[in-house]
Ligand binder design. Sequence first.
Ligand SMILES: C[S@@+](CC[C@H](N)C(=O)[O-])C[C@H]1O[C@@H](n2cnc3c(N)ncnc32)[C@H](O)[C@@H]1O
Length: 255
Amino acid sequence: MNPSNTSALMSQEPHIAAQLSGLEREGVVQRMFSSIARRYDLNNTILSFGLHHRWKRIACRIVAEAHPHQTIDIGSGTCDLPLMLVSEFPAIRRVMAVDLNASMLGVGMAKICKARSEDQIRCFRGSAESLSFRDNVFDAAMAGFCIRNVGHLDMVLQEIYRILKPGGQFICLEFSRPTTQWLRTFYDLYSLHILPWVGTWVAGDRTEVYRYLPLSIREFPDQDALADRMKRAGFNRVDYENLNGGIVAIHRAIK
Ligand SMILES: C[S@@+](CC[C@H](N)C(=O)[O-])C[C@H]1O[C@@H](n2cnc3c(N)ncnc32)[C@H](O)[C@@H]1O
C-alpha cells in the first residue's frame, strides 16, 4: 500500500482500517502506533480510568504462578508488561520483549533504563508473524492488547505455539465482548463517542487511531471465537476469564 492510500484510509475510514488484514493492516496500524507512542501510556491510564494496570497485573500473576524460566512478551509496546513481570513478581527473572514498532519500543527501552532493568529485559524489534526464535524455547508467552492489531492472527497464534515448550502457556490479555446488554450499551456509548475524542486530543493524533481502536475491538473474535482460533493453532487446553464484565478477557492456552 502506498503512503497516500494509507493516509486516506486512516483519516477517512478507520472502520476500513479495522477490517483490513495482512500487510495493509500492518502498515496502517504501525503508523498509528508511531504517531501516539509518546502519549500511549498516559492515554491508556486516562481512557481506562487506570484499570489497565489492574488487568495487566492479573495477567502477569497468571504467568508468574507457573514459575517460567524463559518468558516472552509479544507486542510489548512501551514495555509495561515486561517491567511489571520483573519488578513485581520475583518468580520472573528475565523477559524477552518483542514489538514491531520502533517508536513504541523506544519509549519502552527508556522506561527499562530508568527502572535499571536492562539486565532482566531484552528488547527485540520483530514481527509476531515470524518470530526469530527456535521451536520449543519458552515456558511462557504473553501478549497484551497486541494480537487484535496484527495482520495475520492465525499465523501469530501458530508462531506462539511453535516457540513454546510442550506444556508451556500462552496468556493473552485483550479487549473482548461485554457479557450483558446494559454494559454493551454503555461501552458502545463511551468507546465510540467519548474515547476517540479524548484520546485524539491527549495524543495530538492525526491518524484516527482512537477511532480505529473501538472498531478493531468489534471486528476482533469474541471470547469463544478466540478460544476456538487458539485450539485450531494447536493449543490443547484453552480457557478464559472475563474482566470488568468482558470488556477485557484473559485467555490461557497450554501447548
Ligand atoms: C495496543 S499496543 C499494546 C502494548 C503493550 N503490550 C500494552 O499492553 O500496553 C499493541 C502493540 O502491538 C504491536 N504490534 C502490532 N502488530 C504487531 C506484529 N505483527 N508484531 C509485533 N508487534 C506488533 C504494536 O506495534 C503495538 O506496540
